[in-house]
Design a protein around this ligand. Sequence first.
Ligand code: Z15
Length: 831
Amino acid sequence: VEASIPEPQREAWTKNQFDGFKNKDEFEKEVVRHVETTLARSMFNCDDVAAYSATALAFRDRLIKDWNKTQQRQTFTDSKRIYYLSLEFLMGRALDNAMLNVKGKDIAKSALDELGFRIEDIIGQENDAALGNGGLGRLAACFLDSMASLNYPAWGYGLRYRYGIFKQEIIDGYQVEVPDYWLDFNPWEFPRHDVTVDIQFYGHVRKSQDANGKTVANWEGGETVTAVAYDMPIPGYDTPSTNNLRLWSSKAASGEFDFQKFNSGEYESSVADQQRAETISAVLYPNDNLDRGKELRLKQQYFWVAASLYDIVRRFKKSKRAWREFPDQVAIQLNDTHPTLAVVELQRILIDKEGLEWDEAWAIVTATFGYTNHTVLPEALEKWPVGLFQHLLPRHLQIIYDINLFFLQSVEKRFPDDRDMLSRVSIIEESQPKMVRMAYLAIVGSHKVNGVAELHSDLIQTTIFKDFVKIYGADKFTNVTNGITPRRWLHQANPRLSELIASKTGGYDYLKDLTTLNKLEQYVDDKAFRKEWAEIKYANKVRLAKYIKSTLDITVNPAALFDVQVKRIHEYKRQQLNIFGVIYRYLQIKEMSAEERKKQAPRVSIFGGKAAPGYWMAKQIIHLINNVGSVVNKDPDVGDLLKVIFLEDYNVSKAEIIIPASDLSEHISTAGTEASGTSNMKFVLNGGLIIGTCDGANIEITREIGQENIFLFGTLSEDVEDLRHNHTYGKHAVDSGLQKVFDAITSGKFGDANDFGALVSAVRDHGDYYLVSDDFQSYIDTQKMVDEEYKNQEEWVSKCIRSVARMGFFSSDRCINEYAEEIWNIEPLAV
Ligand code: Z15
């Protein structure tokens, strides 16, 4: 390719290359240039927002150079690429991450200082890119960081929502949702107005004969919406590799918003068409672990999947390889079932557009895809009514029926006498109305299916996907335990701890091989080290205390134990167990004598998290937490012994402040319900201990750090089914301690008792599905142990250090290497 450019031209290009900045002065010049030209401002009206914009643009210029080179390298070497399809990417802020990954933060800090700005203030100007709900979306963001840092040729594909997850306000104790219009100014995205794909919806299928007499399906009519690509550079840590996240935005196809209509007086209907098209990428659905089955959501899924596949296929076709080589060049990972239509779409492209035979096409499809399952909760498993498919994607429904037919035929051959099996595993559920089971389609269309922690992977293989293990054999099913990026979740969020670790482990290389943390263990008995460690934790708690003061005007004592539960609000995550425990503690304090109170360990109970707007019970939990806070926090009997804090609008950038400040974090889901959890890893990596159930990745964390370093309690997952059964058919009395809590609530101590009736009766009268009562006593006992152990600070700090030293396994780098080897069959590209 290079040879095709004449020598003099090439020279002109090369000698004028933009080299980025290499030192503080050059960086300063870039910032001033952006302020004065790109932003058309000057030193006289450069506020923090403008300084942020200019700084971001200077780093963006630099990233884009590496980005271009990375893409060229991937093209020239014709490497296999991994495409990570996710409807959510919970990226958070980009500037701090970019500065640290390219090792330019020190330069930026001193340059901004000279120009009259504090780098923390500048970083704080950026809106979070909050294109996700919770764990699943943040996992995708950690994976992008790891894939770039490990030099894998990888692309993310998602939707460019105009509105990310809503902003949460708390008004009178209730959650109120406010739209998140984050795109106002986003220096990190590159609109690619020349990269567009027309996406078809509705219409009908007409069969015809081609020249060879073969029947071909033609999907005709309906409407067209255009997808426009927006690219975000993803810098790796300490490597020139810069990958791409491509997000699709919807707009009316040029034929739809045309001048004819415009000129013939149909202005309004023309604008309406435009708006309808833009609706597709307008908003992120705000549900976590819940499928609501809305038509627009299915439209989002097809729009995004079809645009992405068109892009992937277009890139493959440039290589002029034979179709059978497609899986050697392309791996596609389905992040949950949301992108499962990609399986059907690729089959459609191969048979309807490229003329391949079904079997040949299907072999290519199944060799290309891998599917990650993230939940066993029945209400989260996607199903779509057949009628909706018929209407929106008629050709895809036909292909799904064919996929199912061939699949069931093969099952029948292997299990000839098992009629029941056929109806159990059918992709079509024979219900009223009939439904397409997306998880089954994803399994049938992939060569590997994985869960996200050992317990979870075992559970899917023995429960919801049991029949498929019988059909395909155990090799198709595997586990890849989740991980987190230590760059954002230690180095960026906790710079002082990162520096201390670097000073003991031989520099910052531990950020590239997290198992190096094990070197810390030899310093456990080093008094000076322990002291410095404790001071850093204290400073992080002071920072959070200041944040609490400035946002809620509540004073908390940084010497108290900070007990944190931040995550989406969900009954299965059991924030209700936590707040019932807090009430129990409060009642105990109230009963104590002044003498007894002096012996109590002071505690700050910190909550944060969003409830899905339509999830009424979750909203009741938020309301109760806030009401308990307003009673407890001003009770003079209690003082510093207990404070209850609800932090508004928990998001990635707030997590970066909260997580490093925790002494104890709560991961207390009913056993068997939390597929993995990833914040558990973040908290331990930042030197906090965990109180948790034997669920998800808690189990592997325990195995790695040692059971003496974690506070486990509660029912085991293998006992859950029986307990639930007994609740329904036997007697079950509410735990006596919990009963006192319910009495306090129903007496109106925390506001109108009617407001919380549903929370109480879910446990007392309606079968206690999440086993709150069963686990209550063991939870309280374990919290008591926490209180005792926290009094011995020397021992506590030792536990924290040992835990951090043993957390190497939970890097998303380890996790991505496992995917690369076991599922994607892909190698890093040398730089
Ligand atoms: C989500 O955030 C998760 C699973 C889902 O099925 C959906 Cl729709 C959203 C979470 C799991 O609840 C959590 O346990 C896991 O750590 C995370 O995905 C990443 O795998």
